[in-house]
Design a protein around this ligand. Sequence first.
Ligand SMILES: [Zn+2]
Length: 242
Amino acid sequence: MKFKNYAGHMTAPEFSEKIKTARGTILLGGSCEQHGHHLPLDTDNCIGLELALKIAEQTDMIVMPPVNYGQVWSAKGFPGTICLSSSTLKLLLKEIILNLEQQKARHIILMSGHNGNYPVFKELARELLDEYGWENVWHFPLPISKELMEKAQTPLPSLANHAGEIETSMLMYLRPDLADLSKATKEFPQPPKDYPFRPMHWNAFLKSGSFGDGGAASLEYGKELCEYAVETTVQRIREFLN
Ligand SMILES: [Zn+2]
């Protein structure tokens, strides 16, 4: 399917025109990461791209072809998890942004379906401001509200919303073909007491790779979560990016 706001589907002349007139450009930094037994490795990439396309349509933004690998240190050791170091991810995104700046992007927003990349986005935007004086690079997290989190049917693990009810619901809504609830596990691990004070991969205390109960996910809840994420980001873009 061809998407109007997706740069990868534009011709070079179309892109050349659009990048100068569009409000800005969304650059996604995703992840190739295990998501338990019931969700695919591409979960964060699918969520990130689907949401970005909806956001772009409402705000006259362009979505660049995403970087579908990221910083996933915690999930290292699980099959399919491919982890870039923060410095590699930062350099990769930086070089893409240098190109976008040369081609006159008005604003650039770093976004992700994988919030583990967020500290890298923030550090990179700061670096670009210091090195080049660019004030048009933004970092937007994937928004979620406390009220929405409280609507979950099952307890949410304190450590990570990873492949549990929330994330599973979102993927179910955006890509129902990719979530297989019949394979979901229930796991509420207690990390060891020293977890906050030293590096420890999740597989030291997590078996399935997913936190919580992904099997409790629902399409309706996913719709609410996704609509909130889109609406909140659209509002921020309209408010801040002129
Ligand atoms: Zn995820």
